[in-house]
Design a protein around this ligand. Structure first.
Ligand code: ADP
Ligand code: MG
Length: 380
């Protein structure tokens, strides 16, 4: 998922100094005009991905610094790969005892447990041992053996993650367990960035954390009406980056996609992607290529995109429809699309080789109670 037509200037604030320095001999008027202009966007590598924030004509270097400092701070708390993160602290104390962690992580884990429960365990923040085993997105990904997969699966169970919100602690009950908040942390970070922009009085911005997008506030600019939508492209999972199936028009919401193309490796002619089934321990293989969620909060959109992908269409859609304001676009390997009503209103198909199916499932929003239980990984 990428915003259409964005301009990326990596390290824009730093580059400005260089540019102005180079023009020192030019007339002063040109010099000041060049330097006074606010950078239109800034991109940095944080949380394992390129994060771009575009504040349009309202961005100041100080505000960009503040937003990126917050993103780096959150990475420091929630990274599953850094030894000094709060997540690593919890993992080191698995089977030993509860540890105090920063409030942000307590909030994220509470939300993750909520989605774990509501998805019948298909979304599981204790998926860490399996993620490490496959190494997808890392330097040495590989196809693990059946015995290794069984061992990792035995260590995964969100019910063995105890979060005490009042005490501000978290505890993984069994040694060897490991948290991986990778399916929800970027959503939380995007919500935090949006909060900082709201505090700063910014009317509109695009926060793009590696495809996890918050189209915040309203689009402003010359010749634009007051209620102009943001236009967000849905990546074609079968094509190069930047090729879109269609466009979503949204106003002050988050759009997040989980797809087979985000992180993967190929071996023996097969693609292995990064959303793992905690039932069989392998990349989820259910006919879906991607799930895009629209929601008011990016934490929900992020968790829902992974959860709905892992659950598959029928149960995934029921879960999405149980969250007020959440909508979804499901993209299937046969190039069919299934779209919830609110998303359909916002969607324009661009690639006619895809077709939109109108589904007989879940016309009503009250489908969750009838949802078939997702078999728990620990059931025989
Ligand atoms: P992205 O990382 O591209 O934003 P997602 O939000 O879908 O994509 O998160 C995928 C990540 O979530 C994986 O890289 C892994 O760290 C973690 N993960 C994989 N499978 C599951 C699962 N079944 N439940 C929860 N988290 C998962
Ligand atoms: Mg996610």
């Amino acid at each position: 998922m990428r915003k259409i037509g964005r301009t990326v200037k990596t390290g824009a604030a730093k580059n400005m100094g260089g540019v102005c320095g180079a023009f020192l001999l030019l007339p002063l008027v040109f010099f000041t005009a060049g330097c006074a202009k606010a950078p239109s966007s800034q991109a940095e590598f944080v949380m394992g991905t390129v994060c771009t924030v575009n504040l349009y004509n309202r961005g100041t270097p100080a505000l960009y610094r503040k937003v990126f400092a917050r993103l780096r701070e959150l990475e420091g708390i929630m990274s599953a790969n850094r030894e000094d993160s709060d997540v690593a602290l919890i993992n080191r104390n698995a089977g030993i005892g509860p540890v105090a962690v920063r409030e942000e992580l307590v909030e994220v884990l509470a939300a993750a447990l909520d989605y774990a429960e509501r998805s019948g365990g298909a979304f599981d923040p204790t998926v860490g041992p399996l993620v490490k085993l496959w190494g997808i997105g890392g330097e040495n990904p590989r196809i693990p053996g059946d015995a290794e997969i069984r061992e990792a699966l035995a260590l995964i169970n969100w019910r063995d993650l105890l979060v005490d919100r009042a005490a501000g602690t978290a505890f993984l009950k069994r040694p060897g367990m490991a948290l991986d908040p990778g399916a929800i942390a970027k959503g939380y970070a995007a919500d935090e960035a949006a909060r900082l922009l709201r505090e700063a009085g910014i009317p509109g911005a695009i926060i793009d954390l590696g495809g996890n997008i918050f189209a915040y506030g309203r689009k402003t600019g010359e010749g634009l009406g007051r209620n102009e939508p943001w236009r967000i492209g849905i990546q074609d999972p079968l094509a190069d980056r930047g090729v879109y199936i269609g466009i979503l028009e949204i106003r002050s919401q988050s759009v997040v996609t989980s797809g087979v193309y985000e992180r993967f490796f190929e071996a023996e002619g097969k693609r292995y992607h990064h959303i793992l089934s905690v039932q069989d321990g392998r990349p989820v293989d259910n006919g879906l290529l991607s799930v895009t969620i629209i929601a008011d909060h990016s934490t929900d959109a992020d968790a829902l995109s992974t959860a709905a992908f892992a659950l598959g269409y029928a149960q995934g859609r029921a879960l999405v429809e149980s969250v007020p304001g959440a909508e979804a676009v499901f993209v299937f390997a046969d190039k069919s699309l299934r779209i919830t009503p609110g998303a359909l209103e916002a969607f324009t198909l661009r690639d006619e080789t895809y077709r939109i199916l109108t589904s007989s499932i879940s016309k009503t929003r009250k489908v969750l109670p009838g949802m078939a239980p997702f078999p728990a990984p620990w059931s025989p």
